[in-house]
Write a protein that binds this ligand. Structure first.
Ligand SMILES: [Zn+2]
Length: 298
C-alpha cells in the first residue's frame, strides 16, 4: 500500500469518527473503527480517545493477533480490538469494522429486541436481519466470543446491553451500515409507538434479495427456511427474518378490525353519519372492543 493510500485511510477514519460523534452515536471515548490494509495488517483507532476529536497520526497498526506494530508513543490499540479481530478472521470479504453506541439501536439491544422484521426495503437489501449477540463484558474476550457466532451470516449486529457493530467491504460501507441500523431502529420505534407494524411479505423479501445483485450488494447469508436452521455448530449460517406469507398480516392487530364484531346497524349508521370519521362508543361497546383486541393478541 502506498503511503498516500495509507494517509488517506487515516484521514477517512478521522472523518468517520467525526460523523459518529456528531450524530450522537458515541459519547466520551466510546466506539472504535478499523480497516484491513492490503498487506493484512489492521489500521485502527487507539484506545481512550473521543471519536469526534481524532487526528490521523493517532491511528495504530496491528497484526491480525492484535499486536501493536506501529503507533505514536503512548498509543495503544482500541480496547475492543479483539471484537474486530474475530470479524476479520471469520470474514475474509470484510475490510472495515465500525462499532458505536447509537442510542436507538442500543435501546433495542438493551430491551433485548432484535431488528429482525422485514419492514424497510433498503434494510432487507443491505443488511437483512440484525440479531442481538449475547452480552459480553466490553474489552474482554467474552465480547468477541459473543459476537463470533453471528459474524458469518450478518453485516450488522446489536450487542446486548452495549451497542451496535457494522461490517463492510470498505470503511464508508461499514459506516453507512451503522447509519442504516440506527435509522431502522428509529423508524421501528416510531411504528411500534404508533401501534402498527405492517411487514413486507416473504415474496417481496425474495424480490428485494434479487435486487442485491443489481446494486452490487453482497448478501451476507440466505434466510433460514426453518428457524432451527439458524444455528449450525458454533456459527449461525442463515438469517432469521420475520416476513409473513401474506402481505396483509399484521403483528399488531388493527383495533378498527374489531369493530366488525359490533355488527349493530346503529354502529354502522353512526359511522356513516359521522362527518370526520369520528364515532362515540358506549362503555359496553368500548369494553367489547378491548376484549376482542385482547383475544386477537393471544
Ligand atoms: Zn462499545
Amino acid at each position: 500500500m502506498t503511503s498516500d493510500a495509507l494517509a488517506q485511510l487515516r484521514a477517512d477514519i478521522v472523518e468517520v469518527g467525526r460523523r459518529l460523534w456528531s450524530r450522537g452515536y458515541v459519547a466520551s471515548n466510546d466506539g472504535n473503527i478499523s480497516v484491513r490494509l492490503d498487506d493484512g495488517r489492521l489500521l485502527m483507532t487507539p484506545a481512550s480517545v473521543s471519536k469526534g476529536f481524532m487526528t490521523p497520526e493517532m491511528m495504530v497498526i496491528t497484526d491480525l493477533e492484535g499486536n501493536l506494530l506501529e503507533g505514536a508513543p503512548g498509543r495503544k490499540p482500541s480496547s475492543e480490538a479483539k471484537m474486530h479481530l474475530v470479524v476479520y478472521r471469520v470474514r475474509p470479504d470484510i475490510n472495515a469494522v465500525v462499532h458505536a453506541h447509537p442510542p436507538l439501536s442500543t435501546g433495542f439491544a438493551v430491551a433485548g429486541i432484535p431488528l429482525d422484521r422485514a419492514v424497510l426495503a433498503e434494510v432487507v437489501t443491505t443488511l437483512g436481519s440484525i440479531p442481538i449477540a449475547d452480552y459480553g463484558t466490553p474489552s474482554t474476550p467474552a465480547l468477541a466470543d459473543a459476537v463470533e457466532p453471528y459474524v458469518k451470516a450478518h453485516d450488522g449486529l446489536l450487542l446486548a446491553n452495549h451497542g451496535a457493530l457494522a461490517l463492510g467491504t470498505d470503511l464508508f460501507g461499514a459506516y453507512y451500515k451503522m447509519e442504516t441500523i440506527e435509522h431502522f431502529a428509529r423508524i421501528s420505534l416510531v411504528a411500534r409507538m404508533l401501534g402498527r407494524e405492517h411487514l413486507l411479505s416473504r415474496e417481496e423479501v425474495g424480490r428485494l434479495q434479487q435486487l442485491r445483485g443489481t446494486y452490487g450488494i453482497a448478501a451476507p447469508a440466505p434466510l433460514c427456511t426453518d428457524p432451527d436452521d439458524a444455528a449450525a455448530a458454533d456459527q449461525v449460517l442463515c438469517q432469521v427474518l420475520e416476513a409473513p406469507e401474506s402481505a396483509s398480516d399484521r403483528l399488531v392487530p388493527d383495533v378498527t378490525a374489531a369493530l366488525g364484531s359490533l355488527t349493530s346497524d346503529a354502529l354502522s349508521a353512526r359511522v356513516a353519519a359521522s362527518r370526520d370519521g369520528e364515532i362515540r362508543l358506549t362503555y359496553a361497546e368500548l369494553t367489547q372492543l378491548i376484549a376482542d383486541a385482547v383475544k386477537n393478541l393471544r
